[in-house]
Design a protein around this ligand. Structure first.
Ligand SMILES: NC(=O)c1ccc[n+]([C@@H]2O[C@H](COP(=O)([O-])OP(=O)(O)OC[C@H]3O[C@@H](n4cnc5c(N)ncnc54)[C@H](OP(=O)(O)O)[C@@H]3O)[C@@H](O)[C@H]2O)c1
Length: 321
């Protein structure tokens, strides 16, 4: 048997099919949004970072369920392309683009002001937008740009929209964190770009820990209001999230990801589950894994004293005083 015969052997096809099956089973969540018939007619949802990746598929799902969907994006061109695609695929014309740069607090205030002026209600807020691997940049608010984008901008946005959400209750806040939060730690100097190592996901991991800590504290503060707040891990998802990483890392991520990682549509499932499923109604202050199961986040993320302190610190950093 020569080399070509070996390569053409049916065993290879069998192994490839088996591998593909294992990968599909591993990627599949325990909840299927297509089998969930919850309708969102008459409901309004805001999804940040909805022009690409996971956020676009979350917005598309809400649009298909009949919601009024606000795409909160920073680029008019990229946002408009997504708006047109979502309108076309869902057949829902009640989809709108509003511009916001989450790394700039005044932009967040401007965006929230417009939402409060234009929207009668807000039932779902998905804090999806995020960045990883940004080099050191300090914003005009004096904040590290990754912390501003991933945590402090969304933190301010959520707080500014809270009264509207309370008036619209039942309402749900979903924040995309990451399993990487387990590698993060809390040092309040990080907010200003101090004591940080700017390499790959090092800064990102801290921001994702703060996401869960503050979401849990928010949930405690919201008890009895009918507004819930939870965090999710979407899975390892093949998106453009590594766009600021070295080329070699991106090539390896894309190659392995093509075979094994979730697609952006699959990555949207745990967030959609948290935002619309009947099973998750009333659940608050929890962390959902990518297969939609409830799991415990890291011990730091579960420390209520730390959470109260972190929340107050973030309130101070995002207030205008
Ligand atoms: N992909 C994964 O494996 C993975 C794993 C765990 C958690 N997550 C989390 O899932 C979320 C979505 O990630 P993804 O993988 O879909 O990433 P992505 O494809 O890179 O999309 C990120 C989105 O955030 C937007 N964004 C970035 N900076 C922004 C800013 N300053 N203001 C407003 N919008 C901004 C981007 O807008 P532009 O297109 O204009 O840049 C884009 O729409 C993130 O929070 C991420 O941390 C992802």
């Amino acid at each position: 048997m020569n080399m070509l015969d070996i390569l053409h052997h049916p065993l290879w096809a069998f192994c490839a099919a088996l591998l593909a099956l294992v990968v599909r089973l591993q990627r599949r969540g325990r909840w299927d949004p297509k089998a969930c018939n919850v309708r969102l007619k008459g409901k309004t949802a805001v999804v940040t970072g909805a022009n690409t990746g996971i956020g676009k598929f979350i917005a598309l799902d809400f649009a298909r369920r009949g919601a009024r969907v606000i795409l909160a994006c920073r680029s008019e061109a990229r946002g408009t392309a997504a708006l047109e695609e979502i309108r076309e695929k869902s057949g829902n014309s009640d989809i709108h683009l509003r511009l916001v740069d989450l790394s700039i607090l005044d932009s967040v205030r401007e965006f929230a002001k417009r939402i409060l002026e234009e929207e009668k209600a807000l039932h779902i807020l998905v804090n999806n937008a995020g960045v990883s691997g940004l080099p050191r940049q300090i914003t005009k608010d004096g904040l590290d740009a990754s912390f501003a984008t991933n945590h402090l901008g969304p933190f301010l946005l959520t707080n500014l929209l809270l009264d509207l959400m309370k008036r619209s209750a039942p309402a749900r806040i979903v924040t995309l964190s990451s399993v990487n939060h387990k590698k993060g730690h809390v040092d309040f100097a990080h907010f200003h770009g101090e004591n940080l190592t700017y390499y790959m996901d090092k800064v990102y991991n801290h921001t994702k820990l703060h996401n869960i800590i503050c979401t849990n504290e928010l949930a405690r503060r919201l008890r009895g209001t009918g507004v819930t707040a939870n965090s999710v891990h979407p899975g390892i998802v093949l998106t453009k999230v590594l766009r600021h990483y070295p080329l070699m890392v991106r090539c390896i991520f894309n190659f392995i990801g093509f075979l094994f990682f979730k697609s952006p549509e699959e990555g949207a499932v745990s967030s959609i589950y948290c935002a619309v499923a009947e099973d998750t109604e009333g659940i608050t202050g929890k962390y959902f894994d990518s297969d939609c199961s409830l799991v415990l986040p890291s011990p730091l993320a579960r420390d209520p004293a730390l959470a109260a302190k972190d929340f107050e610190m973030c309130e101070r950093l995002t207030s205008k005083l």
